[in-house]
Design a binder for this molecule. Sequence first.
Ligand code: FAD
Ligand code: MLT
Ligand code: ZN
Length: 446
Amino acid sequence: PANPGAAPPWLPFSRVTQEDLAFFRTLLPGRTITDPDLLKSSNVDWLKTVEGNNEVLLRPKTTEEVSQILRSRNLEVCPHRGNTGLVGGSVPVFDEIILSTSLMNQVITFDNISGILTCQAGCVLKNLSNYLEERDFIIPLDLGVKGSCHIGGNVSTNAGGLRLGQFWVLADGWILNCLATLRKDNTGYDLKQLFIEGTLGVITAVSILCPRKLKAVNVVFLDEMTRCSSFQQLLETFQCCRGMLGEVLSAFEFLDASCCMSLLEKHLKLTNPITSLLQTTGSNTTRDEEKLHNFLEEVMTSSLVTDGTVATEATKIKALWSLRERVTEALTHEGYTYKYDISLSVEKIYDLVGGYGHVGDGNLHLNIPSPFNDPALLAAIEPYVYEWTSEWKGSISAEHGLGLKMRNYIYYSKPSEAIALMGSIKAMLDPKGILNPYKTLPDNIH
Ligand code: FAD
Ligand code: MLT
Ligand code: ZN
């Protein structure tokens, strides 16, 4: 495993005993997994760069069962289940028990007046999206990996910032119901923002405010022929786009032509890859299309792009998005990838080096592939990338979190006082440090 650093002072944790197993098997009959073959995939992360030695995987179905597991003894727990996280947060470092929410996959309620969905934490994002689309709503989050990730994992990594409320089980088994079914509720501290990466509690259910599905979805894309010839031109295109499409603009993504496009062709045999993609989502098809055409005319007249293609058909739009979303997968064929997920002010974003990312959010994914994990290459990249990002007041983890891999770099983005406060919160809510140990907080904070 990636080096977990110095052992925190609360070690050693209890080891799972035969009595524990007997207890789990009574509590979760047929759902206490100890077969090493079945455990293999849960011990390795999506990128296959972090591996644990867990010997027990528990699959509770209810909040009460999660509470009983945590209450049982001083056993470390690593909550997970989509296991698509990119910073090694979802796999055990040593032999922590894996607490999987995959059987907690029920929609609890959906209110089609307020648009508030309440569901268990193990619902697969794509299933929720299908459920809502049938009711003319959408889930306010879309990830390339939506067929695998779970809503509990999404809210734990704060993907999309979508949560309205949550149901938690704390380290001592205490159940806390903060599921919100109201859009507005300013009573006290906003606790839901704290429950990050399974380090303070296990999320068993979430409530989310879902917008209505809007009928007019259009995508404009630029390809090798029509792409902006410099990043500066792309930024000017983005600026113009915000000015002319502001209220309907729902995404603005870019891919570096020289690296991402060749990766898509080389590994996934995808032809005609794109270099940027912008999406509008609105309620009036004719008006939105007209706006898009005006925008294209403007950027072509200003010579920012030579052309651009508008796609309005759902299957074409899906295929275009898939090009952008499959870059991560294409990279896995290169060998080992050093992944960085930084946010910066958009003018600075490309100074570091190319990549792909969410320009609309000022978020660049810098990926440096190598045939193997090469310490010399790593030393050339780090800490340079972090120092540079910090110097330009960026964040060293824009959306993927800190997990195991990034926890010790938190100081590049947060002041020590804030990190010490995080440590105090952890100590208060999880005094034995059993919840996802070695994740999120740096080694010197316990
Ligand atoms: P896991 O990987 O299982 O877990 C992630 C973390 O949350 C771990 O620390 C885990 O312990 C914790 N956790 C999981 N479930 C719970 C729970 N019920 N209670 C408490 N803690 C829990 N991220 C983005 O933000 N934007 C993207 O566009 C994006 N695209 C991606 C594309 C690909 C191809 C891949 C592989 C990943 C992408 N990610 C993206 C990373 C993203 O964080 C995850 O994909 C997703 O949000 C994690 O969900 P998961 O169910 O897989 O969680
Ligand atoms: C993306 O934007 O494609 C995801 O965050 C995954 C990645 O960074 O590779
Ligand atoms: Zn991303």
